[in-house]
Design a protein around this ligand. Sequence first.
Ligand code: NAG
Ligand code: NAG
Ligand code: NAG
Ligand code: NAG
Ligand code: NAG
Ligand code: NAG
Ligand code: NAG
Ligand code: NAG
Ligand code: NAG
Ligand code: NAG
Ligand code: CA
Length: 544
Amino acid sequence: MLSLYYFLVLIGGVVPLVAAHYPDHEIDFPRHCVNFGASLNLPNVTVNFAEHVPAGTNLTFSQDYGLDTCQRPYQVVYTNTCRIAMNVTTSNRSSLILEAWFPKNWTGRFLSTGNGGQSGCIQYEDMAYAGGLGFASVGANNGHNGTGGLAFFHNPDVVIDFSWRSMHTGVVLGKEMTKLFYGRPYTKSYYLGCSTGGRQGLYAAQEFPNDFDGILAGSPAIDRNALVAWNGHFFGITGNSTSNTFVSAAKWATVHTEILRQCDGLDGVLDGIIEDPTLCYPRPEALQCAPGMNTSSTCLTSDQVLTVRAVLSDYIGEDRQLIFPRLQPGAELGASKSVLGAALIFIKDWYKYVVYQNASWDPASFNIKDATYSIALNPANIATFKGNLSAFQSAGGKVMVYHGQQDDVITSPNTARYYNHVSNVMGLPSKDLDPFFRFFRVSGMGHCSKGPGAWQIGQTYIGAQGNAVDSQHNVLMRLVDWVENGDRGAPETITGVKYVNVNYPGTDTIALGVDFVRNHCRYPLRNICVDASAHRDPRSWRCE
Ligand SMILES: *[C@@H]1O[C@H](CO)[C@@H](O)[C@H](O)[C@H]1NC(C)=O
Ligand SMILES: *[C@@H]1O[C@H](CO)[C@@H](O)[C@H](O)[C@H]1NC(C)=O
Ligand SMILES: *[C@@H]1O[C@H](CO)[C@@H](O)[C@H](O)[C@H]1NC(C)=O
Ligand SMILES: *[C@@H]1O[C@H](CO)[C@@H](O)[C@H](O)[C@H]1NC(C)=O
Ligand SMILES: *[C@@H]1O[C@H](CO)[C@@H](O)[C@H](O)[C@H]1NC(C)=O
Ligand SMILES: *[C@@H]1O[C@H](CO)[C@@H](O)[C@H](O)[C@H]1NC(C)=O
Ligand SMILES: *[C@@H]1O[C@H](CO)[C@@H](O)[C@H](O)[C@H]1NC(C)=O
Ligand SMILES: *[C@@H]1O[C@H](CO)[C@@H](O)[C@H](O)[C@H]1NC(C)=O
Ligand SMILES: *[C@@H]1O[C@H](CO)[C@@H](O)[C@H](O)[C@H]1NC(C)=O
Ligand SMILES: *[C@@H]1O[C@H](CO)[C@@H](O)[C@H](O)[C@H]1NC(C)=O
Ligand SMILES: [Ca+2]
């Protein structure tokens, strides 16, 4: 079964960085790829195509099937890759689209990518990124196509795929295919994902402790039922744009400026970034309009002051217990366009098609009873807040979690809450979590990326010059270092870079150079500026 190419590899000896050791690879790698696809025979798997993709190829994807909502019309592939696309049956009424990408220049490592939001979308950018770093990778559509939730309607198997089965199935198949493709097993198995992807990573850490040796989970959508309810509860606070309680995006910008005035200096420097928003309890009454002034755009009416207070308060349940922590102060600009924009995009399909399975359900009717009901229902065990990582710890796994401290979609204190929950459930103080579980708070980063902070940490491939690959500046390679070199590679801080951004909140302009660099601390430590005159220099900061 093995091609001549792999026969030569086997007799030639196997080392981690293999490309230079493969003779005739220009000829044989593409042929091996196509032959592999034609002969692959695994249960429940149908190969749709297998193609060799030369480095530099700009792949284009069909925008049929609802994939237009994925907003991934094309992807540049950075290294010579064998791309296998498959259908995988998961039940009599559900299936996945799964892809496996095998780089010619393989390091021996395996990696699974995850998904985002409610999708339904293969994260090709993450597969290309991983391939460029020498990982064999898998990515799946998570059991349905596109960002909508209609596929969940009256089909609990599609919900199960979305919650956990798609990823776990892809990992099991991907590992097997990796061994068959290269003629030897992977050395270590990794996970990379953010948001829903962060949740998928922590689901694996809790429920499938042998899937990964290293898990990188960003901005995780954990306690998922409570999170969706929290997203939905804002409409009841703000009302729609015609309500007296509504705060426009322009007024949220005013609120943001006021919050910075009150809290920016808590970390020792006025730089537009609140390092630790959990220390910030702003007083919106500072913006209260004076009598007769309540049409002014620079102050808040009494109703609007109460709206701001409620938005920045914990979400409490019918039983008076916490449902979800408050929106962290500092995220107002992004939030005014997402959860505070009265659009109800996050909860609409989930409650209609999964929780109530009633296409007539009106999202504007959402209230605390819906929250109570959906949290108790916990469809397909999607909550992901168990907090017991002991099986993963025993298996020798490492988890790195990061969360932007200006996240407007999933408030970041929820991840600190998870960390504390793990500590409590496992009965371990931080010094005993440190050997396998570390959480980094990335100041000034929004949801998974962007923002005024030093947010480029190697979480995905943002720009060709934008990501360093050394482990201090690249969280994925940091995880590899930790897994493969043990304590010697354990992260104390992760270093982020902010490129010059002439027109914030536009994207950073890498060509204009580095604006500043900052080391982000491991929770529960927090970043303090000890030399405000040189705050762009990471040496002016200390984790305390
Ligand atoms: C890839 O192709 C698309 C059009 O299909 C184009 O818009 C995009 O700029 C291309 N990207 C690169 C890096 O060539
Ligand atoms: C989902 O998209 C894939 C292409 O990625 C396509 O082959 C498949 O038919 C689509 N499935 C549905 C149900 O539309
Ligand atoms: C793959 O699955 C989709 C539905 O998701 C179906 O439309 C398509 O025909 C299947 N293709 C193969 C080759 O089985
Ligand atoms: C194949 O899929 C069926 C459901 O359609 C499942 O019961 C079975 O376990 C799967 N087989 C393997 C080997 O994964
Ligand atoms: C599919 O399997 C489910 C159980 O998982 C069963 O309830 C259902 O009747 C089956 N549907 C068909 C079409 O066989
Ligand atoms: C292969 O990967 C190694 C390290 O992973 C890198 O240094 C080298 O440049 C890569 N070679 C090619 C041809 O991509
Ligand atoms: C806002 O809410 C009011 C009362 O609930 C309703 O009559 C109106 O149509 C809504 N407007 C918009 C733009 O949704
Ligand atoms: C504006 O203030 C006046 C009294 O000063 C009050 O009657 C009116 O209801 C206020 N409007 C809003 C939108 O708060
Ligand atoms: C579906 O939702 C609508 C609107 O809230 C409601 O009137 C109807 O009773 C619901 N149907 C069922 C079967 O619960
Ligand atoms: C955590 O999980 C392990 C098995 O993985 C189990 O032995 C232990 O009892 C669990 N601890 C708690 C507090 O549930
Ligand atoms: Ca500051």
